[in-house]
Design a protein. Structure first.
Length: 127
């Protein structure tokens, strides 16, 4: 769950725009570890991360594809907590940079991430 660290925001304009007492479910995808220059590794890595988040949140894994599982996770977390989810995607560029030596894989990773991140826009009512 995301609580926020109010002291870090005290001098910023956003401070008064946020209810610091509310906690939100967090979906954090991080792509810092792993070597994404192998075909299919990005999907495997993403599914493992989504499975881990779902398991910790007690959400059953209902889909075999990442965008659908991601969307279901976001929506279910919102519904079960009555708080919109916070989505953090860290090092999203690494799967593309790792594969620059193989343009086909770099392009595939870019397209995969585009589809995955499009899920966030599609779930905007829950984020």
């Amino acid at each position: 769950m995301y609580a926020g660290n109010e002291s870090l925001f005290r001098e910023l304009a956003v401070h008064d725009q946020w209810d610091w007492s509310r906690r939100h479910p967090v979906v954090r995808l991080g792509f810092a570890k792993g070597n994404f220059n192998a075909s299919g590794y990005l999907h495997t890595n993403t599914m493992v991360q989504l499975e881990r988040i779902a398991r910790r949140a007690g959400v059953p894994a209902a889909y075999d594809t990442a965008p659908e599982r991601f969307g279901d996770l976001i929506e279910t977390l919102h519904e079960s907590t009555d708080q919109r989810a916070v989505v953090l995607v860290d090092e999203y560029h690494k799967p593309i940079l790792d594969a620059l030596g193989d343009p086909a894989i770099a392009d595939a990773n870019r397209d995969y991430l585009r589809g995955l991140c499009g899920t966030i826009k599609d779930c905007d009512a829950h984020v």
